[in-house]
Write a protein that binds this ligand. Structure first.
Ligand SMILES: N[C@@H](CCC(=O)N[C@@H](CS)C(=O)NCC(=O)O)C(=O)O
Length: 217
């Protein structure tokens, strides 16, 4: 099956999908869409024709173009059921989905590149204010996840002994946190999850620095 991922090395949403594709062992090609403000390839009419939302990730599949990392991951899970992104137990499935949603719905949308740009252009937020905003929403979300991990007595992977949807969302969000110099010392549980997953081949190959467009940006 021929799959083409529109991606950007620094996009944490695309990073989730790269991890997912690698965990499934699926062969895919990538086309880099440069989101750097000075380049803004996502605003180019050519990419808007492919994905009218102008965002990455987007995956070209035999079923058509699929956008939204969560929708792409669900599609992958349906087309390539093994190994599954989801644990066997209902309680465990709910747990990994809780974590994924906290990141996908409560942290990431508030800290997206276009949101940060709008804060600056429309409201005059300077760099310090923008970073304070970024850290605020990260803290809100990470506090919640850290408390859950503590309640569930997680040490390492969130459930079972392998990465699931939880690690697919946590690892890229941790990378964003480090990039924006967010203090991770209050989050030993999250860091332990990251440490359990980050060295696995599927995660190493998906990391931002490992992407071909990292050098070019
Ligand atoms: N909810 C979307 C978010 C996609 C998204 O916003 N991607 C970012 C990069 S991480 C992007 O393309 N940003 C461009 C922009 O904000 O204009 C998903 O999970 O795929």
């Amino acid at each position: 099956m021929s799959l083409l991922l529109y991606s950007y090395w620094r996009s944490s949403a695309a990073y989730r999908v790269r991890i997912g594709l690698n965990l499934k062992g699926v062969d895919y090609r990538q086309e880099a869409i440069n989101l750097a403000p000075a380049v803004s390839a996502q605003r180019a009419p050519t990419f808007r024709q492919i994905n009218p939302q102008g965002r990455v990730p987007a995956l070209a599949t035999p079923d058509g173009l699929i956008t939204q990392s969560g929708a792409i991951l669900e599609w992958l899970e349906e087309v390539y059921p093994a190994p599954s992104f989801l644990p066997a137990g209902r309680v465990e499935r709910a747990r990994v989905r809780m974590i994924a949603q906290t990141i996908a719905a409560d942290i990431h949308p508030l800290n997206n590149v276009s949101v940060l740009g709008y804060l600056s252009h429309a409201f005059g937020a300077d760099n310090a204010a923008t970073i304070a905003w970024y850290h605020h929403w990260l803290r809100e979300g990470f506090d919640a996840i850290e408390a859950l991990l503590r309640d569930w007595a997680v040490e390492g992977f969130v459930v079972e002994d392998r990465p699931t949807l939880a690690e697919i969302y946590i690892v890229p969000q941790l990378a964003n946190a480090r990039r924006f110099r967010f203090d991770l010392s209050p989050y030993p549980g999250l860091c332990a999850v990251g440490a359990a997953a980050e060295g696995l081949p599927a995660f190493v190959a998906a990391a931002p620095e490992a992407q071909a467009d990292a050098v070019a940006s």
